[in-house]
Design a protein around this ligand. Structure first.
Ligand SMILES: Nc1ncnc2c1ncn2[C@@H]1O[C@H](COP(=O)(O)OP(=O)(O)OP(=O)(O)O)[C@@H](O)[C@H]1O
Ligand SMILES: [K+]
Ligand SMILES: [Mg+2]
Length: 675
């Protein structure tokens, strides 16, 4: 953050003096109440000491507010940029009769279909129901490379505010105006919807308890002091209380949380809940979908291989007919490939077949098959080897041994084999051959999965595909384990099983059939390229659609937990040290025995008090950068990390006040009126 923004943020610290806001951080609220008390007292009985203490107590509250304001600053700036993308658009809404009408983007309803062409801004979130287009999503992802969005598959979701670069698509609107992805993203980066996480709440309770204990302690001092004939002024007691309660962590706690979320946004990950970020810090297993998550996901047909006596044309024709109405990218690519093998006469349209009474069977993840029933009584199916083999057996026929060789060969290369079979009415069922679907593993997976392993995270790929293909892709990508032929229920069950021992599980996926698993996982990261259902179900969205992004997510989660722990340690160690600085100074005159612990030899009781209060305020500002940047995380064991941090922040926290308060005391002891 540059100097200009740092200065521009200062007024925010004053705005946050509102008690309704301060009440959210109890420790700082106590300081605020204390400041009010001392303000009244120093008006009634002004003295250099009273006024100085009062001023520094207010500064303490302002520093705490400032820490939070600075943490929010980056998000606010980003929200402003995003708002520009949310400019008012006009939409061309499709009417039932096929004509279009022009409406304002804000007037669209869920279920409306709109046409978007090259150069136009997509007016709302939704799914592509027709067509393929390249889309510029830089408005939300900051990434200028165009992405492909198409109907039918797992890459159908589009985001309002992004721009179509080429071609024409029909989008079915899936969210209400005002509740779009962009709206949610804005309120997220702005921190408007930020909720305290379970860990934060627990820590806050600890801080409240500590504050209460110190409140009682300080109140108990008075009778003791009165008894020994040295009653302390209210100002001294307030100052003592503020020095003893954990103001440092109280002031920085919310900034640490905001900064963690913000770091994720910097990595193009949108976390819908802070709880998921914390969970990410403790994840032990990562489950990943194959197609579209580990691979690029634009599976397309590259070759057809006949089996038995079937001819190339026969296979091509059957595969063509079975895919005519298949809206998935796989289906469309089969139509494109097989069309080249057919005569114009054989290349009928889906409309004509439907008019003649053909019944198309859509693909589903449960059946793993699709196809067509022709009016002539001929049935054609294509799909996973197991599914189509089953269908062939049900037709009373045998699955030829040659088939296995073909599908194994394709599977071993990492391709997906789709078996094509035909049943001629009451006649025999025959396996015609196999379509080879090719997909490419995303770049750099292997090295990144190795990094995850070093972090102690096991990676498991779960796919609906056959075991051979799964094994080949698993090997190429370098995941630890895989589960093949998994149904959406299997994916869910695997997560539940992993979670049983209290382990936290992350899941990354893109498809509608991943949605239940994404919802069940502790950290559910949806690929931005995925379907609306997947993005809705997860608690994070990765705008870069990079499955190894979990490395950053985990590191940020761990860093958040470590930073919070380190600053809490530091804060409490600090307060203990301050105790030794102040108490002897307060009571030295009455109990000369205290001299033995009066290691600091401060100028006077008043200068000791004031120095402690000033140190207490300055340490907040000094630690803002660390709170925002986070304590460095390295993938070493948790024990080693803890020891190291206890040493640095525990010991540092004890020593720092002695040095700091002594220096401040040397400096202010020259001020008149603090004798
Ligand atoms: N359009 C289609 N028609 C017929 N069968 C298909 C079609 N698309 C896929 N299949 C078959 O169904 C299987 C499972 O589908 P899919 O690959 O979408 O499952 P998944 O659980 O999403 O797994 P992943 O996305 O990890 O590969 C595929 O391996 C393939 O054999
Ligand atoms: K304190
Ligand atoms: Mg999938």
């Amino acid at each position: 953050m540059n100097r200009h923004t740092l200065v521009a943020t200062i007024p925010q610290a004053f705005v946050k003096l509102d008690p309704r806001h301060l009440f959210r951080s109890p420790v700082i609220f106590v300081v605020w109440v204390g400041s009010l008390c001392t303000t009244v007292l120093s008006v009634l009985h002004p003295s250099t000491f009273a006024i100085s203490i009062t001023v520094w107590l207010w500064i303490t509250v302002l520093f705490a507010n400032y820490a939070e304001a600075v943490a929010e600053g980056r998000g606010k700036a980003q929200a402003a940029t995003l708002r520009k993308a949310r400019k008012e658009t006009v939409a061309r809404r499709l009417l039932p009769d096929g004509s279009t009408e022009t409406v304002a983007g804000s007037g669209l309803r869920i279920g409306d279909r709109v046409i978007v062409e090259a150069g136009e801004v997509i007016p709302g979130d939704g799914d592509v129901v027709d067509g393929v287009a390249t889309v510029d999503e830089s408005a939300i992802t900051g990434e200028s490379a165009p992405v492909i969005r198409e109907s039918g598959g797992d890459r159908c979701a589009v985001t309002g505010g992004t721009t179509v670069l080429s071609d024409r698509i029909v989008v079915q609107v899936a969210t209400k105006p005002g509740e779009t992805f962009l709206d949610r993203m804005i309120s997220l980066v702005e921190g408007a919807s930020r909720q305290k996480t379970p860990n934060e709440i627990a820590l806050n309770i600890l801080l409240v308890v500590l504050t209460l204990i110190f409140l009682v302690t300080v109140m108990a001092i008075q009778p003791l002091a009165a008894y020994s004939g040295r009653e302390q002024s209210i100002i001294v007691l307030v100052a003592l209380l503020v020095c003893l309660i954990p103001t440092t962590i109280g002031a920085l706690l919310s900034a640490i949380g905001i900064a963690g979320m913000d770091r994720l946004v910097q990595h193009n990950v949108l976390a819908m809940s802070g709880r998921s970020v914390e969970a990410a810090g403790d994840v032990s297993t990562l489950l990943l979908d194959k197609t579209g998550t580990i691979t690029l996901g634009n599976r397309h047909a590259t070759e057809i291989v006949t089996v038995g006596r079937a001819t190339n044309t026969e296979l091509a024709h059957a595969a063509y007919l079975a895919s005519l109405a298949d809206g998935t990218p796989e289906g469309r690519s089969i139509v494109d490939l097989t069309r080249t093998h057919l005569s114009d006469q054989d290349a009928v349209s889906a409309e004509r077949l439907t008019a003649e009474g053909a019944q198309f069977i859509d693909f589903s993840a449960a059946t793993r098959m699709s196809g067509v029933d022709l009016p002539s009584g001929v049935q054609i199916r294509k799909g996973a080897t197991t599914s189509v083999s089953q269908w062939v057996l049900e037709g009373g026929a045998r699955v030829p041994a040659a088939l296995q060789q073909v599908v194994d060969h394709i599977g071993q290369s990492g391709g997906t084999p789709l078996v094509v079979a035909r049943r001629d009415g009451d006649g025999p069922t025959v396996v015609l051959g196999v379509v080879h679907l090719k997909d490419v593993v995303k770049q750099g997976m292997r090295k990144r999965f190795r990094e995850l392993r070093a972090m102690g995270i096991r990676t498991v790929m779960i796919t609906g595909d056959n075991p051979l293909t799964a094994a080949a892709i698993a090997k190429e990508a370098g995941v630890d384990d895989f589960l093949a032929e998994a149904t959406p229920e299997d994916k869910m069950a695997l997560i539940k099983k992993e979670q049983e021992g209290g382990r936290l599980v992350a899941m990354m996926g893109d498809g509608t059939n991943d949605a239940p698993a994404l919802a069940q996982a502790d950290v559910g990261v949806a690929m931005n390229t995925g379907t609306s259902a997947a993005k809705e179900a997860g608690n994070m969205v990765d705008l870069d659609s990079d499955p190894t992004k979990l490395i950053e997510v985990v590191a940020i989660g761990k860093q958040l937990l470590i930073t919070r722990g380190a600053l809490t340690t530091f804060s409490i160690a600090n307060d203990v040290a301050k105790y030794f600085a102040i108490i002897p100074a307060m009571f030295l005159a009455v109990f000369p025995g205290l001299n033995s612990i009066n290691v600091m030899r401060l100028h006077s009781p008043q200068s000791a008090m004031l120095s402690a209060v000033i140190f207490n305020a300055l340490i907040i500002v000094a630690l803002i950068p660390l709170a925002l940047k986070g304590v460095r995380y390295r993938p070493v064991g948790a024990g080693a990390m803890l020891r190291r941090n206890l040493l640095i922040y525990g010991l540092g926290g004890v020593i720092a006040p002695f040095v700091g308060i002594k220096l401040i005391d040397l400096f202010i002891s020259h001020l008149p009126g603090l004798g």
